[in-house]
Design a protein around this ligand. Structure first.
Ligand code: MN
Length: 129
């Protein structure tokens, strides 16, 4: 995988169908995609790779996405934007993701046409800071 010039997205997601879908959408748009299916796997990937952005499922086995986000932000890579990608759309869920340290929130179901620009908008707001 040539990640030298492409923007790299780490997608943390336990559902294989979502991983396949997001990889397909983002790669077709010129991104490089790294996958992790759990918190421990995400930590493992982050030892050797520095993504430009992390897409974070919230309902994960072992370590949920809130806890994982807080751990990544405080202990590993505070600068990397983390965007929650979740079906949790109850009142208060968005606030919970932001409190955990997420920089943004994308609601499932995934909008195939909108996702690349949604991701790009979070990368732009990062570079403006
Ligand atoms: Mn999940």
């Amino acid at each position: 995988m040539d990640t030298s010039t492409k923007l790299v997205v780490l997608y943390v997601e336990d559902n294989v169908d979502n991983r396949v879908l997001v990889r397909r959408i983002l790669e077709a748009d010129g991104f490089a995609v790294i996958e992790a299916c759990s918190g421990p796997e995400a930590f493992e990937k982050l030892k050797t790779q520095t993504p430009d952005l992390i897409l974070m499922d919230i309902n994960l086995p072992e370590i949920d996405g809130y806890t994982l986000t807080t751990a990544i932000k405080t202990k590993i890579t505070p600068e990397t934007p983390i965007i929650a990608l979740t079906a949790n759309v109850m009142k208060g869920d968005r606030e919970k993701t932001l409190q955990a340290g997420c920089d943004g929130y994308i609601q499932k179901p995934i909008d195939v046409d909108a996702l690349p620009n949604q991701v790009r908008s979070f990368l732009r707001s990062k570079t403006k800071e």
